[in-house]
Design a protein around this ligand. Structure first.
Ligand SMILES: *Cc1c(COP(=O)(O)O)cnc(C)c1O
Length: 228
């Protein structure tokens, strides 16, 4: 993709985010676009940065580590780790990311906090991933498991739990995920957590209408990915 084409896509997605904010009566700028750059080369991230994007999402810990190393000089670049991570790879997330959107286990929480502390960085902002739809194939803890994980994570010195995230089923019709987003928002209110990470290319406007503060958009910005 040329830089021109990317800038056009960034402007289009940005306009849709701002439009959804207005429709939902949300304050302007209350939604942060996270550009999901997984499986795209570091050059694409750099082109995205030149197009005005600052927040980028990566799924795989080693890929995040490598891009963080390659692109460390870009001012204001903020990394979001949005995929599940194994205990042995948690250190890469702890060193590179400002946000982790996929907290599902106490073991990973402990390792993230430990390695974050060793790196001398401020607490890693985490969102607990909830499997709202109860799909067997999807990651995330059940709503009933949130309080225990929240308590455990809050006891750790180098983590700060700031919200909840979810990855609903892939659907043809974005409206079908509205209930899922609404449920996550209700859980967020119940636990007093300000951030909600929900919505992807196929449904981010509905997610914004239901209270998303982070939307994770890949394909609409960077095009189709090679299979991972
Ligand atoms: C890949 C991915 C996205 C982005 O999906 P698109 O459909 O490309 O917008 C968002 N969230 C998570 C967790 C992902 O893995």
């Amino acid at each position: 993709m040329t830089l021109d084409a990317l800038q056009t896509r960034v402007a289009a997605v940005d306009a849709r985010v701002r439009g959804a904010e207005v429709r939902a009566g949300r304050s302007p700028g209350s939604v942060q676009l996270v550009a999901v750059s997984k499986l795209h080369p570091a050059e694409i991230v750099e082109a995205g940065w030149q197009s005005g994007l600052r927040h980028f999402g990566e799924n795989y810990a080693q890929e995040l580590r490598d891009k963080h190393q390659a692109l460390g000089a870009l001012a204001g670049l903020t990394w979001h780790a949005i995929g599940p991570v194994q205990v042995k790879n948690a250190k890469y997330v702890a060193r590179a990311a400002s946000y982790f959107h996929a907290l599902v286990s106490v073991e990973v929480a402990r390792e993230l906090s430990r390695t974050r502390g060793l790196a001398g960085l401020p607490p890693l902002r985490c969102l607990i991933e909830v499997n709202v739809a109860g799909e067997a194939s999807k990651a995330g803890v059940g709503p009933a498991e949130v309080p225990a994980l929240l308590d455990a994570a809050r006891a750790l010195p180098s983590l700060e739990v700031v919200g909840l995230s979810t990855m609903p089923p892939l659907v043809d019709e974005p409206e079908h995920n509205r209930g899922c987003f609404r449920e996550l928002a209700a859980l967020g209110r119940r636990f007093g957590l300000p951030h909600l990470s929900m919505g992807t290319t196929s449904d981010f406007e509905v997610a914004i209408e239901e209270g998303a503060t982070f939307v994770r958009v890949g394909t609409a910005l960077f095009g189709e990915r090679a299979p991972g």
